[in-house]
Design a protein around this ligand. Structure first.
Ligand SMILES: Nc1ncnc2c1ncn2[C@@H]1O[C@H](COP(=O)(O)OP(=O)(O)OP(=O)(O)O)[C@@H](O)[C@H]1O
Length: 629
């Protein structure tokens, strides 16, 4: 592992706390680098396609796929595909899918499109309907790609999957573990590893694993953690990225959007001061990788980008273009919404949306259906109003975050205790409202989302006081899988016990049915509590209730749409069926539908908020249904 690549970055290179100038520093270090190593990057030959496909002839199912001023060779026509086998996935992966993934029988349309397009010479920008199997398809593709065909004696990373959160990293890890369940003869740590910022113990465990198995084929990582390792002379050599062929960016709107950014600095609590670490990492990674390939290969084989999110907007393809990342490989856009604020994917037919407000007055405290203003659809979908609309939608969240920052900034002055107690009044009202709703709904297991500024521990305590048992997303004891952790109190002897549940046990009525003798002693939380960013992209089988406590728990229409799609009342193929709504109402009754409930409280529900919420809901085509009797 003494390749010259490891001398690439000078000691002065630092990533945490990086801002835009980090990129310039990284670029300078790149300019000084030269290597004599001969490296070949794998890529399937592009021009063996049976039919040429122009934009007009593209797969009708991928209606909004556009080819950017170019023609690509489609090696597989997704319209003709019926099975995963026809997408040229290797047999062991197919066997694992049929054996270990009970839900999966045939590919969804988006899976057919993605896996077919990835056999051709293209990069992809995909805006999918949430929960339609994109992450699963990308995991299959990454595993299928494996080591590629690179004649290289040392291990290296072929596919990087960039994720925004520990939770999503662990979910990918769980999927790979499942896909490789029967591959008993291979060392799984040489195939995939997961990196994310965490406690010193967890980070050190990640590093120990990486040292013993450097260069796993698939690296699932948050950008900040990869930057941490790349900045360090000692750790850089364990993540050899010089042969990387695929860069997947999942939930890209949270990672590389130019509209929002997460700081790279561990200590930094402000969200706006820095360029997104996802963009910093991409700028560095792509330049580094391309430079080495150009120096060592007769033929330059460009990196394949796969950028995906259910909330992707046009700023991302524009940013990719401005950085020149669509120069070497055509970028195919799949499923993007047209500009003008209209979402082509509508609210799932098997989920109803409710808005309620907790009111306290001389008559006492109660929950009522929220009165939202009517929004003129012509005005809403006029492209000229797009900017105004996004300002309208985000203004409340912005004002709220300004208020919270002010509160944090004033921790040491005498006003702070007043502000914090004001904040805790907000919180207790939300929880009182939730308790009423939860009891009314016969304590159906639910996902509860709280705003960023509310403390998780505080919320768990507040709910426990109301006799509601809370589970939270966490990593399994070996830190390789996403689970729900539930800490419960035992009576004799009195103690606190931790209990871990697999994601598919949490909302499954089989496990909640106390009449079933085999599960009656099974400690089970009533709800799972999370913040929006941690739950994004996380699959929760059997979930049918989502409560958002406060409008700012779900920022904007797309996040409402994304969370509603997490309810899995009907199956992946039926839920887009137009007649599903009628079918459900007729056969099952509206109470059998999934429910997304947005809870507000009197104090935060002014005109500004109600208009912003009404706009968000109208944009995703929601008819708000009354909930209270
Ligand atoms: N072809 C299929 N048929 C049935 N179920 C599937 C299929 N593909 C994936 N699933 C299941 O659907 C669920 C969601 O899959 P996945 O997480 O891949 O979706 P996603 O599109 O990546 O979601 P998100 O938009 O949140 O990122 C998982 O439980 C997965 O096992």
């Amino acid at each position: 592992m003494n390749s010259p690549i490891y001398r690439l970055l000078p000691v002065s290179f630092r990533a945490p706390g990086a801002n835009a100038s980090t990129v310039q520093r990284l670029s300078r270090s790149l300019a000084r680098f030269s290597t004599s190593r001969s490296v070949t990057i794998s890529s399937s030959p592009a021009n063996q396609g049976k039919h040429t496909c122009s934009e007009a002839k593209q797969n009708k199912r991928l209606r909004s796929a556009t080819l950017e001023n170019t023609r690509i060779e489609l090696k597989i026509d997704p319209r003709k595909v019926k099975t995963f086998g026809e997408l040229n996935i290797k047999p062991p992966i197919l066997e694992s899918i049929s054996k270990n993934f009970k839900d999966i029988e045939k590919p969804t349309n988006i899976q057919k499109g993605i896996l077919a397009l990835l056999r051709s010479d293209a990069s992809l920008v995909v805006r999918q309907t949430p929960g339609t199997g994109v992450s699963t398809a990308l995991s299959m593709y990454a595993l299928d790609f494996g080591k590629g065909v690179v004649p290289c004696p040392t291990p290296f990373v072929t596919t990087i999957i960039l994720v925004h959160s520990k939770e999503l990293a662990l979910q990918y890890s769980t999927t790979f573990k499942k896909l490789l369940k029967d591959a008993t003869s291979v060392d799984k740590n040489s195939i995939y590893q997961t990196l994310y910022r965490s406690t010193p113990e967890e980070e050190s465990a990640q590093l120990t694993l990486l040292k013993s198995n450097p260069g796993p084929n698939i690296l699932i990582t948050t950008p900040t953690r990869l930057l941490d390792l790349l900045e360090n002379d000692e750790t850089r050599r364990f993540v050899p990225i010089y042969n990387t062929s695929n860069l997947v960016v999942d939930e890209a709107d949270l990672l590389i959007s130019t509209k929002s950014s997460i700081s790279t600095a561990k200590s930094d609590t402000s969200n706006n001061a820095h360029e997104s670490p996802g963009i910093i990492l991409m700028q560095f990674l792509i330049r580094l990788r391309n430079r080495i390939v150009r120096e060592n290969n007769k033929k330059f084989i460009p990196l394949r980008l796969i950028i995906t999110s259910s909330a992707l907007q046009h700023d991302i393809p524009i940013m990719l273009h401005n950085n020149g990342w669509d120069k070497d490989r055509p970028l195919i856009k799949v499923g993007m919404d047209p500009s003008g604020g209209r979402f082509t994917s509508r609210f799932p037919a098997d989920v109803s949306c409710h808005c309620v407000t907790y009111q306290t007055d001389s008559l006492g405290s109660r929950v009522i259906d929220t009165k939202l203003p009517t929004i003129d659809k012509d005005w809403l979908f006029n492209p000229q109003n797009e900017l105004l609309l996004s300002m309208e939608e985000s203004s409340h969240a912005f004002n709220r975050s300004k208020k919270i920052s002010a509160m944090k900034g004033s921790k040491n002055n005498q006003k702070s205790s007043i502000l914090f107690s004001e904040c805790s009044t907000f919180e207790s009202d939300y929880f009182d409202a939730f308790q009423i709703l939860f009891e009314q709904d016969k304590r159906t297991p639910s996902l509860v989302i709280i705003p960023d500024h509310v403390s998780m521990n505080g919320a768990i305590k507040a709910l426990a006081k109301r006799n509601i048992k809370v589970g939270v997303l966490d990593s399994s004891e070996d830190s390789s899988e996403l689970i729900v952790k539930y800490i419960h109190q035992t009576q004799s002897p009195v103690s606190r016990k931790r209990h871990f549940l697999a994601m598919d046990e949490v909302f499954n009525t089989k496990y909640n049915n106390t009449e079933d003798i085999s599960y009656s002693s099974y400690p089970q939380p009533d709800i799972v509590l999370s913040k929006y960013a941690n739950i994004r992209g996380i699959d929760m089988p059997s979930l049918s209730r989502v409560y958002a406590l406060g409008f700012d728990s779900l920022p904007g229409g797309r996040s409402i749409f994304t969370m509603a799609s997490r309810c899995r009342v009907s199956n992946i193929f039926d839920r887009r069926n137009k007649s599903l709504n009628e079918l459900l109402d007729k056969n099952l009754g509206p109470e059998k539908k999934g429910k997304l409930i947005i809870v507000s409280i009197d104090q935060d529900f002014g005109n500004e908020v109600s208009k912003a919420l009404a706009i968000s809901l109208a944009k995703i085509g929601v008819n708000v249904t009354p909930l209270m009797k």
